[in-house]
Design a binder for this molecule. Sequence first.
Ligand SMILES: [Zn+2]
Ligand SMILES: [Zn+2]
Length: 580
Amino acid sequence: MIKADLSKVGFSLSSVNTLIKHGFLSVMSENDYRYNIEEYEEYKAKKLNEEQEYAVNKISSSSGTYLLHGITGSGKTEVFLELIRQNIEKGHDSIVLLPEISLTPQMIERFKGRFGKDITIFHSRLSDGERYDEWHRVKNGKVKIAIGARSALFLPFKNLKLVVIDEEHESTYKSEMNPKYNAKEVAEHLMEKNQGQLVLASATPSVESFHRAEKGEIELITLHKRATNGVLPSMDIVDMRDELMSGNRSIFSRSLLEKMKERLEQKEQIILFLNRRGFSTFVSCRSCGFVFKCDNCDISMTHHRDNSLMCHQCGARKYLPKTCPACQSKYIKQFGTGTEKVEESVRKFFPNARVMRMDRDTTRQKNSYENMYNDFKNNEFDILIGTQMISKGLDFKDVTLVGVLAADLSLNMPDYRASEKTFQLITQVAGRAGRGDKPGDVIIQTYSPENFAITSAQSHDYMGFYKREVEMREALNNPPFSKFFYLVFTSENETLLMKNIQELGGVLRKHLAKYDNIILLGPSPCIISKIKNNYRWQILVKGEIQNEIALEIKNLIQNEMKSVYKDIKVSMDLNPNSMM
Ligand SMILES: [Zn+2]
Ligand SMILES: [Zn+2]
């Protein structure tokens, strides 16, 4: 019996201790792990098709880094599972990294259903105690597989020979906190050291990774076919400028409304997707689609309260005119809508529909994500409204309609990756439609229907997208043709901050003048110019920044800021995720 329980059944602790002392009872201690002991239904191995088999054989044949490019539904997971199985047979350990939001109950079901208890699931929703236990289970060799978010890479496996990074294009693999590591780089280094395999997998590989494959630095393997033989959903682009012309000012186009009505009548499910990322304060013309962009940087300018527009990359400013410079219409305004507003509109149009909203606010509590997922899966709701949280991993067989409400939100992020993010989001969210037997429809609403990120996503054409995007990156000397070194300075004292950063900018610019392939942008205020009473300014260094140059910059900043280091904090990030 557990000692504490003895007292519960009426023995006093002092009697128990006396019995122990005189040797009538003995005390043993044993480790009891707090891991998930839920039983999972067996997830049987599927017979691999030719492409999947080729991928498995190719990857397992030699160590190195592979890029596995497979359309949604091509059965990438089945390839990972087989690689892991072979790895276990050889007595080796494996890690599969997923973005936190892809660690869906369904994904866990698959892995646990295939490999039983030999797995640790390692992510940020674990309690400290659970994390401690899982770490020790790995350390003591009790598990051979870890599935988790990027920090799972640091679990103490002894014989790690396989790392799979699924959805490799996701920005979550880069840590924005210190140490600002990139899990892909760490994994590559680990696998080189251990002579193992790193598999980067995605339906929409990052431009950086695909470029590396093109140059022959890593090996490309492509899965063209849908493993389930299902058909890709049909994709319609709706021009929201036409809606305005016809007097429709709601967030839903007429064709989306019509299709929603149809699906509700047929008792099929609908997903409405709002690709809102961070701050979307660009200004556009509802009548012609014109967006205010920086003349120097070709990224969207951000709207400020004094009615000015600013490029936060280079600091350029413009005043917002009263009419559109392209078509003279008066419909120019800030763009942006939230999931709550979408929910409100849905309820207005379809008062009887059962609506669920999934975003950061509604999923904050532990397990709420799982519960919502199950409720929707069990058809307790008709319409799911969500942010990028719902763009991936979720597999609902009754969803036959997906609406992308405003593709423009990600298309006009002030970031050189805006097109790439948009292509990825639309492709992924479209992959949520028609996963069962019924065919799916996707409707993309936008003010820029001719944009290549949208048209390529519509025709499921990754290569077409990649070719245009990489050309533009080269023309503007953006990554992968250069690096960004992002320097952020924060202080409660705005005057001190501005004075020092201007001086530093001058010194740094002078110092970097000797490198003709490096430029300095700024200093300028960050997009998020104030957080918790701290003012934020940035300097961006762009170009061929070798490690030695990064170090030079760091030393120079430390030296220049020595006298104010107590009042001004400096953050330095090479190839950051986002520059806000
Ligand atoms: Zn216009
Ligand atoms: Zn600019």
